[in-house]
Design a protein around this ligand. Structure first.
Ligand SMILES: *Cc1c(COP(=O)(O)O)cnc(C)c1O
Length: 386
């Protein structure tokens, strides 16, 4: 059963309920760690509030599961989780320090990923000022043209007499653009570029793979992998069975139901018009909850007792509600408050994302603050609701 529900949004009044299975999260971490084996560090990407699931709950759970290396995108995200972790853990900040925030980065006990010559120079300047070497990761651009030192940058850096003086480099890293397409030639090409650039620098632990890269095979593991999505149940191997456990369930509760006749319109813009006598349920979740407006007319909901029936979302998504055609349920009683799954055991995150024309990553990180959140810590991910 649900444990420690958040106090100020009682389940009884909420329009939507977001259940996050911390036991499944921990199991996913262990699966990924076991997949790469004992010689490889399994870090965790917890940026964007742990992909929308709540870093304050996710980070301590991952630490309990054995994770000691965390990646966030911004200083503020790192500062928020630093107090949750002891000195045994390292928090890398992927975007590196914005100019002028180097001292704050150090003060917060965070390790920047240095992506450009400017970031390196500014971090070294702080080390020089304080008289202490400062830890950092170095990012190389292996072909994504997003973050990291290019070939030319590496040459410029190495033309200095003591290019890394003042730094304690902990890691050299890069990121794959096409890891979710195993046959894509960019994967090999990026790996080759990474090896070539890395060979010019002092020997350092290396990291290239995130969730999907981790499943490309041991050639991509190096010394550390940095999964995010897979921890949260997103399929890292699209097109193949999902090797991860689902972590998120999203339920929307019925506010009211009505019978309508043929020709009757539903929602803004009369976006749906019934072509037969229909039973419509209005659910208390809308785009104001981060449930994508683009899913209107495409997605479906499921009554857990009837997983065989896909109940179509009809008409446009409103800010605070959406409409579902529940005609297929016949006269099954649907009391106000009844919860239908928008994401659940019979309705994957990927399916919902696809119906909205997006990916699981965007759907998760967009899920708003308005849901009643339940963090399940039951020992078994095969608990009552799965
Ligand atoms: C977001 C991110 C990750 C995690 O990626 P997933 O695909 O979610 O596993 C790892 N490394 C970098 C540099 C990232 O930006």
């Amino acid at each position: 059963m649900p444990v420690d529900a958040e106090p100020n949004a009682p389940a009884a009044s909420a329009g939507g309920i977001l259940t996050i299975d911390l036991a499944a999260l921990a199991e996913n971490y262990r699966r990924l760690r076991d997949h790469v084996g004992p010689g490889v560090t399994c870090a965790a990407a917890v940026k964007a509030d742990a992909y929308g699931l709540g870093a304050a709950r996710v980070v301590p759970e991952l630490h309990r599961a054995g994770c000691r290396t965390f990646f966030v995108a911004h200083l503020a995200e790192g500062a928020a989780i630093r107090p949750l972790l002891g000195a045994d853990s390292t928090i890398f900040v992927l975007n590196g320090p914005m100019p002028g925030t180097e001292a704050a980065m150090r003060q917060a006990g965070l390790v920047p990923v240095l992506n450009s010559l400017e970031q390196i120079a500014n971090w070294r300047a702080l080390a020089h000022q304080t008289g202490t070497p400062l830890p950092a990761a170095l990012q190389l651009d292996s072909g994504m043209s997003r973050f990291g030192l290019s070939d030319a940058d590496v040459a410029t850096l190495l033309s200095e007499d003591t290019p890394l003086a003042g730094l304690t480099p902990l890691l050299v890293m890069s990121h794959l653009a096409c890891a979710d397409e195993p046959a894509h030639p960019a994967n090999r090409a990026q790996r080759t570029t990474f090896l070539r650039l890395r060979a010019q620098l002092p020997a350092l632990p290396a990291s290239l793979a995130a969730s999907s890269g981790l499943f490309l095979g041991p050639d991509w593991h190096f010394d550390m992998v940095r999964p995010g999505a897979a921890l949260y149940g997103i399929n890292p191997t699209p097109g193949q069975p999902n090797p991860m456990l689902p972590v998120v369930r999203l339920q929307a509760r019925i506010v009211q139901t009505r019978q309508i006749g043929p020709g009757t319109a539903v929602g803004y813009g009369a976006g749906f018009i019934a072509d037969r006598p229909s039973r419509i349920a209005t659910l208390g979740v809308g785009y104001g909850d981060g449930f994508p407006r683009a899913i209107g007319g495409h997605g479906h909901a499921i009554l857990p007792e009837r997983p065989d029936l896909r109940l179509p979302i009809v008409g446009r998504i409103s800010m605070d509600c959406l409409a579902v055609d529940v005609t297929a349920l016949g006269d099954t009683p649907l009391a106000p408050g009844t919860a239908l799954d928008l994401i659940g055991p019979h309705h994957s995150l990927e399916d919902a994302a696809e119906a909205a024309g997006t990916i699981g990553y965007e759907l998760l990180t967009g899920l708003g603050r308005r849901y009643h959140r339940i963090y399940r810590a039951d020992a078994s991910p095969q608990g009552d609701n799965r």
